[in-house]
Write a protein that binds this ligand. Structure first.
Ligand code: 4NP
Length: 176
């Protein structure tokens, strides 16, 4: 959430926080986490935008991203090896301005957890995409390699759209 600058606060104030959510937090949301964090860094917004990811299911807690996800990301120059799966919790609604679900099942689970007074944006990540063929990021876990490539392409596209949205709607918080 947006924080007020004052003398007690360190200079590195995070003004906007974004949480990407999928089922296992080992394929789609870590891809979004890595790709969007790189975009934020390359755009000079590292001090203004916090990026994280989480899952609605607990099968892979503390696991690194799926090997197939890591391989596709590595082939595009992204290192996801530091990421570890965690569960989304109701506390995340107190911290994150944007909580972005990869598919409608994730979104339904998140809506069930959403506090009534949540003021942030809870929705589908691909609402920020420039393409209209896919409304959700398809779960690649039980499919072939092409599913992981598809995830990466959709995530890259929606990440650019999300950053443009933030630049347009929240320019004040990017001026640190
Ligand atoms: P993700 O993919 O939600 O994109 O991380 C999945 C990972 C694991 C499982 C399902 C989807 N699973 O059933 O274990």
């Amino acid at each position: 959430m947006t924080q007020q600058m004052n003398r007690q606060m360190p200079q590195q104030v995070t003004a906007i926080s974004v949480l990407f959510v999928c089922l296992g937090n080992i394929c789609r949301s870590p891809t979004a986490h890595g790709v969007f964090a790189r975009l934020v860094e390359n755009s000079g917004y590292s001090k203004s935008i916090l990026v994280d990811s989480a899952g609605t299911g607990d099968w892979h807690l503390d696991h690194a991203p799926d090997q197939r996800t890591a391989q596709v990301a590595a082939s595009k120059g992204y290192d996801l090896s530091d990421l570890r799966a965690r569960l989304v919790t109701s506390a995340d609604f107190a911290q994150f301005d944007y909580i972005l679900a990869m598919d409608n099942a994730n979104l339904k689970d998140l809506r069930a957890m959403q506090p009534a007074d949540y003021q942030g944006h809870l929705g589908l990540f691909l609402d920020f995409s420039s393409q209209s063929e896919y409304l959700e990021v398809p779960d690649p876990y039980y499919g072939g390699d092409e599913g992981f490539e598809l995830v990466f392409g959709l995530v890259e596209d929606a990440s650019a759209g999300l950053l443009q949205h933030i630049e347009l709607h929240r320019p004040e918080v990017l001026r640190f």
